[in-house]
Design a protein around this ligand. Structure first.
Ligand SMILES: [Mg+2]
Length: 210
């Protein structure tokens, strides 16, 4: 039996993470960093938009997002722009370039929809930002068959507060529910909820092996 059919016969409910599971997060993030760089460069008359964008991208890739805007504003000695202003842009900008699902995941979601499986995307992060991301992604209609649950409205993963919401809403059978994600917090979420877990790398590997 092919891998996907095995999944179909074992599960009816698929809880799926968003960032770096369904799409590449930096496709969104780096466009937001460009918006921030533009705005800060304009306001400060520094004309260093490209340098700023480069700084933000490198900081994210090498050090991460911790203290990112703090360090950025310090590095360029920006006084008239605050961290909160950076965050506001990041949470509300409109991406110029289209954001696509990972190709394998587009086909996987399509396959689940065709087989009438229930798909619930559970995502951590600022709710406005996550909504903006979801609005920006090209779903080609698949979003109409997906319920989006913003974990921060309850408590971020690995807390299962958002799972409890799902459980009471769908009365889903725990042994017929699969979690798919890319981070330890996803794995722990599944463990805490006592549902099976599949890492995105495993899924992609198995889909390629056909
Ligand atoms: Mg993720």
């Amino acid at each position: 039996m092919i891998f996907e059919e095995k999944l179909l016969s074992n599960y009816d409910y698929f809880i799926i993470d968003l960032d770096n599971t369904l799409f590449l997060e930096i496709d969104y993030l780096f466009q937001g960093y460009l918006e921030i760089s533009k705005k800060v460069s304009e306001l400060s008359n520094l004309n260093q938009k490209d340098k700023m964008h480069q700084y933000l991208k490198e900081h994210f890739l090498n050090i991460g997002r911790k203290n990112l805007f703090d360090n950025f504003l310090q590095e360029f000695n920006i006084q008239n722009f605050k961290i909160i202003d950076c965050l506001k842009i990041l949470r509300n900008f409109n991406p110029v370039k289209n954001i696509y699902l990972f190709k394998e995941m587009y086909f996987f979601l399509l396959f689940l929809v065709d087989n009438k499986k229930k798909i619930i995307v559970v995502t951590n992060g600022n709710v406005n930002q996550q909504k903006n991301k979801i609005r920006s992604i090209k779903w080609f209609g698949l979003n109409n068959s997906i319920e989006f649950v913003y974990a921060n409205n309850y408590k971020p993963k690995p807390s299962i507060a958002s799972f409890e919401y799902i459980y009471y809403k769908y009365k889903n059978q725990i042994d017929r529910t699969l979690m798919i994600g890319d981070m330890l917090s996803d794995e722990e979420y599944a463990r805490n909820a006592k549902i099976d877990y599949l890492d995105i790398k495993e899924l992609k590997k198995n889909m390629k092996n056909k």
